[in-house]
Design a protein around this ligand. Sequence first.
Ligand code: PHE
Length: 373
Amino acid sequence: MYIVPKLDDYSPEALDRAVTELRQALSREEASISSQSEWKEFRDRWLARKNGILTQLNNVWLKPSPPDLKRTVGQVINALHPEIEHFVMNGQSRVEDIRTVLGSLSKDILASERLDITLPGIRRPIGVKHPVLRVMDEIVAVFKAMGYSVGKGPEVETDYYNFESLNFPPNHPARDTQDTLFIAGQEGKPARDRLMLRTHTSPVQIRTMEQQPPPVRIIIPGKVHRNDPLDATHSPVFHQVEGLAVDTNITFCDLKGTLDHAMKALFGSSVKTRFYPSFFPFTEPSADMQVSCIFCGGKGCRKCKFSGWIELLGCGMVDPNVFEFVKQYGYDSSKISGFAFGMGVDRLALLKYEVEGIQMFFEGDVRFLEQFA
Ligand code: PHE
């Protein structure tokens, strides 16, 4: 940075050299400024009344100059004044140019990054539970409150678990009641190991008893498959909730009491239940349970086909033949007994939400599903 030199020699050549040095410094410094604040510093350094370089020239060059040269030195300094001012003004307009360039640049940037905060945002639709799952969870919750634990099992099942251990002997006509979807290419396997899509959740009864000794209280929600052609009330995929209770002295009364309580918890305390004889290979005796129509209260309406009753589930006392298959796990039918039930979930969801056809549940049509949000 330029410092005003003392002049020992006031010859015209020496003065000339000093002025040239000063001019070079002035133009160098002016060229190096690139911001408003640098420019201000530059201006003050050269022009400030108090100790600016121009003022210093008077003190350092003029005052100590020989009296006969004072006039010349004064003229030199006076001539420098407008030169310095010229550079200061130049610097100012250069910095202003830079500012306007930067300003327009940032305007472009601002314009390109403009964000209209008044625009409505993109709303992500909030997912909700599928109506079938909702009903399934409601049923499970009722049994959980009674101390049942929740179990699960595979959807691809062996012949042994789906049929044989549930007292459907090989080739027994009872198997025909459940049109089964078999996995292809299983012929090389022993019959009981062949795979199929489970036709009901009952195989999980056996799987549960293999896993834990009595007592058992378990509720099993799950997906099942049957080779049923699709119509308004049938689908090759549907859902069941299975229940199993095994303990000493479990009677049909416990079965009736438990299910009656569950139905009242699900549909309200005024609902009635009734049981009438049925057949399942794995329960004896077996029953179908009906509830008084939850829509008309039993008077008769379209939903209950004007009978006043709606059939909801199959149930019964665990057949001693079933316990034989899990004897080695602590199930001795001379000491323990149990009940089981299985209910279709989709049919209940159809009734509850007044859905026209079961296929609606599985098509994944958002317009349908949205109604449950
Ligand atoms: N698994 C039977 C069905 O799918 C229902 C059932 C379960 C019946 C448990 C009795 C006991 O039809």
